[in-house]
Design a protein around this ligand. Structure first.
Ligand code: 2AL
Length: 245
């Protein structure tokens, strides 16, 4: 099968890290491609960043359809553009927040999310509610390390680890969910250091979409809400997104 992991920000070093984490768990029969869109923000840590990341992300899904991709991962914890991507993709599309939260519910009664900046906690909370995690998600906490500093700040792992420990203590939860794709490479070490399950969404989403493709399942049977969007001519800078073939 052919899976495409889209990092919806344009920082290619982060995409390479995400690709390594996804490849580490993909099965031997899985071909995996990880990409950044050609346009968009270098990191996604506001509602504005998220909105402007979506067109580039959707262009990558559209390209994936032409390339014969069987399933997609959206590798940003805000799950940007997830529903729209599901409309235009033939196969399943899984966001890392939804995959990580669902995985966490299999590992304990409750989980805590540790994300980057405090300003992103509202979005994570909204997603937890949307995914029916109101009871399981005991808290969403920020480590206040910006997305790109996860790679450049020599203390990043220590700071994230301490935030995870604080979250576990404050919430009394069983599991930690890492709230950024840029934390994927920290997961195993933090889990070992804290002795609790720590879930990275890139890993969880890659394995989830691989399972869905293996099971031959597609979003909503590609009918109703998730059928391809009605043909429409888009204008201005969005002209290339026109859905009239
Ligand atoms: C993220 C993420 O996963 N990728 C990105 O650019 N921003 N999430 C976050 N909470 O900051």
């Amino acid at each position: 099968m052919f899976l495409k992991v889209v990092n919806p920000n344009t920082t290619r070093a982060m995409t390479a890290k995400i690709e390594a984490c996804a490849r580490a768990v993909a099965g031997p029969g899985t071909r995996l491609e990880a990409v950044s869109p050609e346009m968009g923000p270098p990191s996604i840590e506001s509602h504005y960043d998220e909105a402007l990341a979506v067109p580039g992300l959707l262009a990558e899904i559209e390209k994936g359809e032409r390339d014969g991709v069987d399933g997609y991962v959206i590798a940003c914890f805000g799950d940007p553009g997830l529903d729209a991507a599901r409309e235009i993709a033939t196969g399943p599309v899984v966001g890392i927040a939804e995959a990580a939260m669902h995985t966490a519910t299999l590992l304990g009664r409750s989980f805590s999310v540790v994300t980057t900046l405090g300003r992103t906690t509202g979005r994570a909370r909204d997603l937890a509610d949307r995914y029916g995690m109101h009871d399981s998600c005991r808290g969403v906490h920020a480590c206040e390390v910006p997305v790109l500093a996860l790679d450049t700040d020599p203390d990043a792992r220590k700071i994230v680890t301490e935030a995870c420990l604080d979250a576990l203590c404050a919430d009394g939860s069983d599991v930690v969910v890492l709230g950024c794709a840029g934390m994927a490479d920290l997961c195993a070490r933090i889990s070992a250091d804290l002795g609790v399950p720590v879930v990275d969404g890139v890993t969880a989403a890659t394995l989830t979409v691989q399972s869905l493709v293996t099971m031959g399942l597609v979003t909503g049977g590609k009918r109703g809400e998730f059928a391809p969007p009605p043909p429409k001519r888009y204008s201005g800078m969005l002209e290339s997104f026109t859905t009239i073939r």
